[in-house]
Design a protein around this ligand. Structure first.
Ligand code: BES
Ligand code: MN
Ligand code: MN
Length: 462
């Protein structure tokens, strides 16, 4: 296993160039203008898995974008690792804020990435992290050190809520049978302090529409006399938090798992600088739910945030108008044991109930999913911890993340196996933002660490 380091050093330029080629394809799943590119990316991923030495690779058609499935079986009596990742990416906009075009990858140095980072949409989330697994497999096959069986399931709809993956998993339980699910689609604390993500938040995503008068009105002739949907929407949204930043929806916290003082104290030991956090975001102070720390607010507590709001006149200059309609997109991040469907219903009921008579309200549910927490005494967690410790020379810290990968809870339900999240990105890598990037150090370190997980997981499973 020693020579994985050498293998990475000898092949790093090729590894980087292959990833760059993959990043050039704009596989934006949310925008149908890119549908051919999404499909082409699935083909590229398939080809890379064939080249890496899988003995069976297929494109599985679904009602949406295809899933790339692959296998390398060495012995039916050995454990099987199922690697999940996604080849789709978020939209690139606002495009004008990128310092280089999102689908023309370039390597630039940053403060946290002195060895350089690849700048492109999807560099970290998730093409770069997914491709680490392809290259790690290539190494193990080439050097005859693959210690167990492996399956790959790489989807193209993660960024839009994985509608077809749920469909696929329900229909392919036998094919997807595994002993552990391995995902690199999260982050770690820093390049000198690795961490393993043990929790993901759930999600309920809704869109609301507030309608007032049946047409846009002159704001002088009608202003003050009819409900202005934009004013009303702003007021309704503002009322969803109280003065302590608690969410006011009745029943919202009923199933929230409260962590013990000990668990919170343990969490607080992870290295974190509030000053550096504020500085990185150019904010004078943080903001959030009373009596919780920043790291608690963004991981073990549920939240409600407006993700977009529109209506009325937003063009150049001024137009005096009261719009007929106002809209907002709202996400609620959930924690164990909140039920996302129930939260969507509670939101809908509450939002309808607070609308004044002068308007009507429609709530349209989008997607959602359950929160997930993985135990730290499982073979998978221990194998991952040993792998990080060996490759970084430091023990990793378990950390609950604020992000969501809704399909993970479904994996547990349908496939009855635990998921281990070995992320190598940093929070500052700007995923979903302009100038997303992935450190070269992180990419290569990931390729180096993954085979160690395979080794320890197989050994510890005996
Ligand atoms: N990879 C992210 C989730 C993530 C990032 C988790 C960093 C933990 C740390 C994933 O691609 C993502 O963006 N998920 C979406 C949810 C999805 C339903 C659109 C999210 O969290 O907003
Ligand atoms: Mn992702
Ligand atoms: Mn994402």
């Amino acid at each position: 296993m020693d020579n994985i380091k050498n293998y990475v050093q000898e092949n790093k330029d090729r590894f980087i160039n292959e990833l760059i080629e993959l990043l050039k394809i704009p596989s934006v799943s949310a925008d149908s203008a890119y549908s051919q590119d999404v499909i082409n990316t699935a083909d590229a991923v398939k080809a890379s898995l064939e080249k890496a030495g899988c003995d069976f690779v297929e494109i599985c058609e679904t009602p949406g974008y295809p899933i790339v499935y692959a296998e390398k079986t060495i012995d039916k009596n050995l454990p099987t690792i199922l690697v999940y990742g996604h080849y789709d990416v978020q939209p690139a906009d606002p495009i004008e804020l990128w310092t280089s075009p999102p689908f023309e990858p370039v390597i630039k140095k940053t403060e946290l990435h002195p060895d350089g980072a690849i700048f492109a949409r999807g560099a970290c989330d998730d093409k770069g992290q997914m491709y680490m697994h392809v290259k790690a497999l290539e190494y193990m096959v080439k050097n005859n050190t693959l210690p167990c069986n492996v399956k790959f399931m790489i989807e193209g709809e993660e960024e839009v809520g994985s509608p077809s993956l749920a469909w696929f998993v329900e229909r392919n339980q036998e094919k997807l049978k595994n002993d552990v699910i391995l995902i690199s689609d999260t982050g770690m604390i820093s390049n000198t302090q690795p961490s393993i993500t043990t929790g993901l938040r759930g999600l309920s995503y809704v869109e609301v529409e507030v309608t007032g008068p049946n047409r846009d009105l002159h704001s002088g002739l009608y202003g003050g006399a009819v409900a202005n949907p934009i004013n009303i929407l702003a007021k309704m949204i503002a009322s969803l938090h109280d003065e302590n930043n608690h969410i006011t929806i009745p029943g919202f916290y009923d199933r929230v798992e409260e962590l013990s003082r000990e668990e919170r104290d343990e969490m607080a030991k992870a290295p974190f600088s509030l000053d550096a956090y504020k500085k990185a975001l150019d904010i004078e102070d943080v903001y959030g739910e009373a009596t919780y720390t920043t790291n608690e607010r963004n991981s073990i507590r549920p939240t409600l945030d407006v993700n977009g709001i529109w209506g009325g006149y937003t063009g150049e200059g001024a137009k005096t108008v009261i719009a007929s309609k106002a809209f907002a997109k709202i996400s609620m991040r959930l924690v164990p044991d909140q039920e996302w469907n129930e939260i969507t219903e509670l939101f809908t009921k509450h939002f309808e109930s607070i609308a004044p008579k002068g308007v009507t309200v429609k709530v349209k549910p989008h997607h959602g999913g359950q929160a997930y927490v993985t135990p730290i005494d499982s073979i998978g967690y221990r194998a991952a911890a040993s792998a990080y410790e060996e490759s970084f020379g430091i023990k990793p810290i378990p950390v609950r993340s604020g992000g969501s990968i809704p399909i993970v809870a479904l994996f547990e339900k349908e496939l009855k196996s635990k998921t281990i999240m070995m992320g190598f990105g940093l929070d500052s890598d700007a995923i979903h933002s302009p100038n997303e990037h992935f450190g070269i150090f992180n990419y290569l370190k990931g390729i180096e660490t993954i085979p160690l997980f395979y080794k320890y997981f197989t050994e510890m499973s005996k």
